[in-house]
Design a protein around this ligand. Structure first.
Ligand code: NAG
Ligand code: NAG
Ligand code: NAG
Ligand code: NAG
Ligand code: NAG
Ligand code: NAG
Length: 469
């Protein structure tokens, strides 16, 4: 029991005390924009380390165990020293400006073992844990967007965009808007070498988007941009520049583009939208470049939900849990999450990343939350799970018919399916496009069987009603 007491009190102390401490984080896991994303710290503290080595050695004698019961047993063996150990541990937590290896030893023995596989207990605990683990320091010269969210640890407002597109026009700039219509900014998440994906989108559903605008079905402020990071490959970079000259619509973010950097990219996109569009559109649609978008349903969605302030809409992922390598197939490695990074058994509820909407009023609160919440490499868990929780955003989950997103659909979905969703993952192939086209030209029909066995053909012109929980 004494053992348990030590660990409980230790963890609580750690949570309370650890915000401003210092050590450099593991760069491969928490991406940075230069050094600005972190306070680098850990310089003044070096001197104190030597004094604490003896304490650490005492802790080292406690073997790492998986369960609290094991930890207790191990500690029971140390009973003779417990009184002394407890005093040392308290001293240690007060001076957790430990650096590097010493901090890791402490973290591995105490924090991670104690929390391992416990239920997720909220974004604030995640923040306290990770800030303590990595020794993140607040960034002093960056003003928080929302001060009650706590100290700024990620500099999310300093991204640069070497290739850019014009801002969304303000209502005053749209001189020939005969009537007011809701508008949406479409953020298409792409990667440097995805030339084919971008071309496919230009040749398929973006054509429909243009015709929707010509027909005045959406506000004239509606715009889109492909967002990509940087590449080390000069020939790819040259092609991107040519593509931008030829077609426009490309925003290149000054950051390395990689799967584990998608969170950073999502934040950079939000910051771009904050600077250029958030005050001028009603909704923001985030969609990946391998998703096919049914523009008819996009229009229905925007026209029926543009007044939903403070809401984020998507296909809900509930009860998802972290993948711990090894034991999973090799191709799951990109989702690997160590117990140190994330000791809890489950992720918070979030929405499926490839396609979701947010009301424009959510952009600044989400960015504010990402200023103060340590990054996790999964963009959807981070932004739509943790940051929405912190920012108090209203989550609107859709599932089944008719929903914002669906997977998996075949490349050529049956008419009833393609009528039901705003987006679904495909390679934007032309056959998908033809299938959608055929349906809206009434060449194919969606026929449903009623409960009494009669068949009913769904009117392809009828608006789709999206339901959310
Ligand atoms: C954070 O963790 C502490 C300690 O485990 C727990 O008592 C508290 O309820 C948690 N906070 C939330 C919001 O769940
Ligand atoms: C109205 O605005 C749209 C979009 O800016 C433009 O394409 C169109 O040519 C304009 N029409 C007239 C009559 O000015
Ligand atoms: C750059 O990309 C091109 C096209 O993908 C590839 O053929 C070439 O080998 C790459 N160059 C380098 C230096 O990686
Ligand atoms: C993410 O991008 C940053 C900024 O360009 C870079 O420093 C970091 O190495 C990248 N991380 C990964 C995992 O690609
Ligand atoms: C909803 O948000 C818009 C800006 O996005 C704002 O102009 C409007 O006042 C808000 N409405 C309510 C009811 O808060
Ligand atoms: C669509 O096609 C079906 C079957 O050919 C036909 O019965 C229906 O009247 C058509 N609907 C419209 C609006 O043209």
């Amino acid at each position: 029991m004494i053992g348990k007491f030590i660990f409980v009190s230790l963890c609580l102390t750690v949570f309370v005390q650890l915000l401003p401490s210092g050590s450099s984080p593991r760069k491969e896991q928490i991406p940075a924009v230069g050094q600005k994303l972190f306070g680098l710290g850990c310089h003044k503290e070096k001197k104190q380390i030597d004094q604490l080595v003896g304490t650490i050695d005492a802790l080292k004698k406690v073997p790492a165990k998986d369960t609290i019961a094991d930890m207790e047993n191990a500690l029971r063996r140390e009973r003779a020293n417990n009184q002394e150990l407890q005093v040392l541990v308290q001293k240690l937590t007060k001076k957790l400006e430990l650096c590097d290896d010493k901090r890791k030893i402490f973290n591995n023995y105490v924090l991670e073992s104690f929390l391992r596989n416990s239920p997720y207990s909220g974004v604030d605990n995640y923040t306290r844990y990770t800030v303590a683990r990595l020794g993140m320091l607040p960034i002093k010269n960056v003003k928080p967007l929302i001060s009650k969210f706590g100290p700024v640890i990620n500099d999310v407002l300093s991204f640069r965009y070497p290739i850019n597109i014009p801002s969304c026009p303000s209502v005053a700039e749209i001189t020939n808007n005969t009537w007011w219509n809701p508008s949406v900014f479409i953020a298409l998440i792409s990667a440097p070498d995805h030339f084919k994906e971008r071309n496919d989108i230009r040749e398929t559903w973006l054509i429909h988007l243009k015709s929707v605008l010509e027909k005045n079905l959406l506000g004239m402020g509606t715009r889109f941009g492909f967002f990509l990071g940087q590449t080390q490959n000069d020939s790819i970079q040259k092609r991107i520049e040519e593509e931008s000259q030829k077609h426009g619509g490309i925003v290149q973010i000054e950051m390395d583009d990689s799967y584990r950097n998608l969170t950073l990219k999502g934040i950079a996109v939000l910051n771009w939208v904050r600077q250029h569009c958030a005050s001028k559109v009603d909704l923001v649609f985030k969609v990946d470049d391998d998703v096919y978008v049914n523009v008819h349903n996009l229009v229905h969605f925007v026209r029926s939900n543009y007044q939903s302030n403070n809401s984020l809409f998507g296909y809900g992922n509930f009860g998802f849990y972290p993948i711990r390598m090894p034991g999973y197939p090799e191709d799951y490695a990109k989702w690997d999450m160590t117990f140190q990074e994330y000791p809890w058994s489950h992720y918070p509820n979030y929405v499926n990343g490839p396609s979701y909407f947010m009301h424009a009023s959510v952009v600044v609160p989400l960015l504010a939350a990402s200023q103060t919440n340590p990054l996790i490499p999964f963009e959807d868990v981070f932004l739509t799970g943790m940051c929405t929780e912190k920012a108090g955003v209203k989550m609107r989950y859709s599932a089944g018919t008719h929903s914002v997103f669906y997977r998996p659909l075949p490349t050529v979905p049956p008419p009833c399916d393609l009528r039901s969703f705003v987006g679904w993952p495909t390679d934007n192939q032309f056959v998908t496009h033809s299938a959608v086209d055929d349906f809206y030209r009434n060449k194919t029909q969606c026929v449903v069987t009623e409960s009494d066995g009669t068949k009913k053909t769904i009117d392809f012109t009828a608006p789709v009603v999206f339901k959310f929980t």
